[in-house]
Design a protein around this ligand. Structure first.
Ligand SMILES: Cc1cc2nc3c(=O)[nH]c(=O)nc-3n(C[C@H](O)[C@H](O)[C@H](O)COP(=O)(O)OP(=O)(O)OC[C@H]3O[C@@H](n4cnc5c(N)ncnc54)[C@H](O)[C@@H]3O)c2cc1C
Length: 401
């Protein structure tokens, strides 16, 4: 089987579907090739900060995501063992300052919102890319099911283990970060409200680990997601089964509210976090990587998907502005790489600060206004991508190259 299309997007995750919307917004048709037999997101929740909400609005899905997002009033941070209050990150204030809400989504709801409005007949499921050949004026994509597709442009949105990346740059396997994650979902009604603080969101930080708990789907579910430094290798993937007692052991001597929350866990999963070093290798010629395929990062700034939404909008703008796709992609990388590298550095520095072993020094630094468990997010959340899509973004010195 062979067919041709102008723009092929490989991967129907958050990045790929956002790109399909963005290109549609700017008058282009795309075809999406997804390995899975059905579109869907595993994993529970994802937070989307104001600048990325603006990107979603600008690519035509603002109302759809607003209908399934929960706005976040803010998040309290406490010491995991003493329960001591450390800081409150006020997200209502942030929304007012940056002109768009801060949303929390169930991942499946966000993906559904992104699928709606796209031409389903141009989304090819069960298409696992296995190879790609660059010819002078086109790219030939080969899929495991035997299909061959010719495209003028390829957007690689196939995640951290991207095959598009592999074809371009050789076998660049992501590496285990030495950090693992536990995840659990509880019924909202089972969790005493005081555990989650007013507003329904709390984060506990402790030596070498942290744990977040918050409502999603209104107050129907409570999402628990953790992160810990560990030498034990843990495989990637959202769905490796874990054992609640093993999860509880990761958080010794918890303060009473955390102890209560952990006692409610009856099912959990675990996985290892994989990334790769910061790289300029984001594509060449008519092939462009976006999302985790370009820039997988630690989750500690809550920005992996947000950066993919920024990618989608800015990619659409450049493809609309330039006649030559290779020129559009080169411009896209010129604008995006410094900003995303800054965000990747912020994620690493947040992880270090959250996991500090000296709790007194951590608190002192927060009280003195020198640090926050969220790092300096002003430049991330305050980014005006609509007005500045073609301008070199400013990145604070602490996170610049
Ligand atoms: C614990 C945790 C918490 C997080 N929290 C947040 C948060 O709060 N906010 C935030 O912004 N980000 C967050 N992130 C990051 C975010 O989840 C990712 O950055 C985002 O999901 C990446 O989307 P993607 O579409 O680039 O990649 P993926 O979600 O990996 O999607 C890739 C798609 O490509 C498909 N695919 C793969 N290989 C092929 C192939 N060969 N052929 C065809 N299709 C293929 C896959 O099936 C998949 O559908 C978090 C991450 C973790 C691990």
């Amino acid at each position: 089987m062979s067919s041709s299309c102008r723009i092929a997007i490989v991967g129907g995750g958050l990045a790929g579907l956002a790109a399909a919307h963005a290109l549609k917004t700017f008058g282009m048709k795309t075809e999406v090739f997804e390995t899975a037999p059905a579109l869907g997101e595993i994993g529970a929740a994802v937070n989307v900060s104001p600048q990325a909400v603006k990107a979603l609005q600008a690519i035509g899905v603002g109302d759809k995501v607003a209908a399934v997002g929960t706005t976040s009033p803010g998040i309290y941070t406490r010491n995991m063992q003493t329960g001591e209050f450390l800081e409150f990150n006020d997200r209502h204030k942030a929304a007012a300052r940056y002109g768009a809400p801060y949303y929390t989504f169930h991942r499946a709801d966000l993906l559904d919102a992104l699928v709606s409005g796209l031409d389903r007949s141009a989304i090819y499921l069960g298409h696992r890319l296995t190879g790609m050949e660059e010819r002078s004026d086109r790219i030939v994509l080969a899929f495991a099911n035997g299909a061959e597709v010719e495209a003028e442009i390829v957007i690689g949105a196939d995640g951290v283990r991207s095959v598009v990346r592999q074809v371009l740059y050789g076998d660049e396997n992501p590496t285990y970060t030495g950090q693992m994650v536990w995840r659990s979902l509880l019924n909202g009604g089972d969790v005493p409200e005081e555990v989650l603080e007013p507003g329904g969101r709390i984060q506990w930080v402790g030596p070498g680990c942290h744990l977040l708990a918050y409502y999603i789907r209104g107050k129907k579910l409570v999402n628990i997601v953790t992160q810990e430094d560990t030498d034990k290798w843990v495989e990637e993937g959202w769905s490796t089964r874990g054992y609640p007692d093993e999860m509880r052991l990761s958080f010794p001597n918890p303060e009473p509210r955390l102890e209560k929350l952990l006692s409610l866990v009856t099912e959990c999963s675990k996985w290892g976090l994989f990334t790769r070093p910061l790289t300029q290798n984001w594509g060449r010629g008519r092939i462009q990587l976006i999302g985790d395929a370009a820039h997988a990062m630690l989750p500690n700034a809550g920005q992996g998907a947000c950066q993919a939404f920024e990618d989608a909008y800015i990619l659409g703008r450049w493809l609309e502005a330039c006649r030559d796709p290779a020129e559009a992609f080169a411009n896209f990388r010129r604008i995006r790489v410094p900003r995303v590298h800054g965000v990747q550095r912020l994620s690493i520095s947040n992880a270090r600060f959250k996991h500090m072993r000296d709790a007194a020094a951590q608190k002192e630094s927060i009280d003195a206004g020198k640090s926050s468990v969220h790092g300096n997010s002003d430049w991330v959340w305050g980014y005006d991508l609509i007005g500045e899509w073609n301008k070199e973004p400013s990145v604070p010195t602490a996170y610049a190259a």
